[in-house]
Ligand binder design. Structure first.
Ligand code: DGI
Ligand code: FE
Ligand code: FE
Length: 396
């Protein structure tokens, strides 16, 4: 019977460590083929810096080319979004009847196997092949192997598989030096040609390009406007112009992304500041944006993160940068409302007065629409002596 090893992963980028594992896996089980299955990743998934699906797929194909036994399947990328392993295995066993499948996995996945969706079915469709690293606790792995065996799920431990190099390290090396020895020459050429992983994570032209497909044209124009206005105000008030620009361009990065997944990320992060996000879904995008720029864009500057997080609600004790981004959001060149010119004038001269006016307007609107006012917005109102009108609809 033909034997195939299924090797899934983000491959961001595929490197020599991955290829070593392919060789070891083939050897260990006498497989004819190792099938790489790059995972599609939705924009809201927390994965760190990620090259586009198509590029990761192309790099896998380039890396596989010299090895007759490695092939690449674009099934998960064609499907898009999150794929469950069980679905991928169902697909493979359907199109390749009579083949025996081995499912290659790391030890973390092996130890949590019974938490996977339809794990029993996975066990029927494939035999688990576990790439254990030398330094790992083999006793624990053997115990898990025995436990799974009892549940009818067979597995093989691949001991002494080479310590895989880390894609994170490789991305850093590429960013800092423009090159690396840890990927194959063809993959390196592709990375360099496409300019992957080589940007500085706070490079403005890169960030503008990055956000564009995540939002509507309207939102994109607004983001450019907020970047410009935040930079302008930072100049006037002696704040860091670069940080203001980065926070400005990114402040609404999550505004047009699906709210369900964003909310889940926020709840998992534990930073909720007493907000009932279900009652106030318009507050999700600032909090989600603050997480997103860390996980997807490698931006870890706490000043920028807080400016994004509090750009909708404001709060007591805002930094100068937070204040600038909050106000730039309301006075960017795309904004049109009766006294926008007056607000822009204040934003050039008197941030305190501008904040007081902005908050007065916001809480007035919220009360009029009978929407909850969140604790941080209340804190900002206290600080700027803005009374919250009575008829206030709730305590949020
Ligand atoms: O994302 P933008 O549209 O550019 O602007 P924004 O981030 O300031 O979002 C504005 C929305 O947020 C607007 O619908 C009012 C709402 N908002 C601001 N503060 C609060 C609030 N909503 C609730 N429920 N509670 C608040 O304290
Ligand atoms: Fe916003
Ligand atoms: Fe905005």
């Amino acid at each position: 019977m033909s034997q195939t090893v299924l090797y899934g992963g983000t491959f961001n980028p595929i490197h020599r460590g991955h290829l070593e594992i392919c060789l070891r896996a083939r050897e260990a089980v006498g497989a004819q083929e190792v099938l790489l299955m790059p995972a599609a990743l939705p924009p809201h998934k927390s994965t760190g810096e990620l090259a586009p699906d198509r590029d990761r797929l192309a790099m896998c194909a380039l890396a596989a080319e010299p090895y007759g036994f490695i092939s690449v399947d674009d099934y998960e990328i064609r499907r898009g979004g999150r794929s469950y392993t069980v679905d991928t295995l169902r697909y493979l066993t359907q199109i390749r009847p009579g083949e025996k499948f081995w499912l290659l996995m790391g030890t973390d996945m092996f130890l949590t196997f019974t938490q996977w969706r339809d794990w029993e079915r996975i066990g029927e469709l494939a035999t688990l092949l576990v790439a254990a690293r030398e330094e790992e606790d083999l006793g624990r792995l053997e115990a898990q192997k025995a436990a799974l065996e009892k549940l009818g799920v067979p597995s093989v431990l691949l001991k002494n598989a080479p310590l895989p190099m880390s894609s994170t390290e490789i991305r850093r090396e590429l960013r800092e030096t423009g090159t690396t020895q840890k990927v194959s020459p063809r993959v390196l050429a592709y990375i360099q040609e496409r300019g992957l992983y080589q940007h500085d994570s706070q490079d403005l032209p890169y960030l503008r390009e990055y956000i564009r497909p995540l939002m509507t044209d309207y939102r994109y124009r607004h983001s450019l406007g907020v970047e410009k206005q935040a930079a302008h105000m930072a100049e006037i008030f002696g704040a860091d112009v670069h940080k203001a620009s980065v926070a400005g361009i990114l402040h609404d990065v999550c505004k047009d992304l699906p709210k369900g997944a964003l909310l889940q990320n926020i709840l998992e992060s534990g930073i909720i500041n007493g907000i009932d996000f279900k009652a106030s879904p318009q507050l999700i995008h600032g909090y989600a944006g603050a997480l997103y720029i860390q996980t997807h864009l490698d931006i870890h500057d706490p000043d920028i993160i807080d400016a994004v997080r509090y750009h909708t609600t404001a709060r007591a004790g805002m930094s100068l940068l937070e204040t600038i981004v909050y106000l730039a959001d309301l006075t960017s060149e795309d904004r049109e409302y009766a006294d926008v010119e007056e607000m822009r004038r204040l934003c050039d001269h008197d941030l305190r007065e501008a904040m007081a006016r902005a908050l007065t307007h916001t809480v007035g609107e919220l009360v009029r629409k009978n929407k909850p006012i969140c604790p941080d917005t209340r804190g900002a109102c206290r600080e700027y002596c803005v009374p919250i009108p009575t008829g206030d609809g709730g305590t949020q």
